[in-house]
Design a binder for this molecule. Structure first.
Ligand SMILES: [Fe+2]
Ligand SMILES: [Fe+2]
Length: 188
């Protein structure tokens, strides 16, 4: 499906604020795609659609999961907000004809996972560094600077910040984030 149609559908699903965030992610994803050698249109489409399921209600999430056989783990069960990645990936596969890599970029943008593709990394980083983000939880300017120099270092920085934040607030940490961080540290 062409970009403009996807953008219109995303706009229909989201509040003004989150749509603006999505436009920011699409823009940042294109910037990163140019630097790290990924097709720009692919990055733009994945960026605009990454939060398509973010504003579903609890009831809508439960219904969607049952009807579409989405697997839910024990952490997601406690933090259903994490599920918008998995559900979003299912939606873009069925409605926007997204490729598997594009689906995965959406699926894993909330937790990360081990051995992420470049597109997956780009969407993870773009989500946290796009121009409209305020970055109250971490040094966003540092993350933005890093993002145009070294994608893996940016991911490690962002994952460290996310893990630290969850420790400080005594919140659950998804094991996929730990696995992602370990795989990056082993690689570099
Ligand atoms: Fe998200
Ligand atoms: Fe997002």
């Amino acid at each position: 499906m062409e970009y403009k149609k996807i953008e219109a559908k995303v706009k229909d699903e989201l509040s003004e604020k989150r749509f603006k965030h999505s436009l920011g992610v699409a823009k940042k994803a294109v910037e990163l795609a140019k630097i790290y050698g990924v097709d720009e249109e692919t990055a733009r489409k994945a960026g605009i659609a990454h939060d398509i399921a973010k504003e579903m209600t609890g009831r809508e999430i439960s219904k969607y999961i049952k009807e579409n056989n989405i697997e839910v783990d024990e952490i997601e069960n406690k933090k259903p907000g994490l599920l918008h990645g998995k559900i979003g990936a299912d939606i873009v596969a069925k409605e926007f004809e997204f490729t598997e890599d594009m689906q995965n970029a959406i699926k894993w943008h909330t937790t990360g996972r081990r051995n992420m593709s470049i597109l997956e990394k780009i969407i993870y980083v773009a989500d946290k560094t796009e121009e409209n983000r305020k970055g109250k939880k971490f040094d966003i300017e540092k993350a933005r600077e890093l993002s145009i120099k070294d994608l893996d270092e940016t991911l490690i920085f962002l994952m460290n910040e996310s893990i630290n934040y969850n420790v400080k607030t005594n919140d659950l940490i998804h094991p996929k984030t730990i696995e992602a961080r370990n795989s990056l540290l082993i690689k570099i």
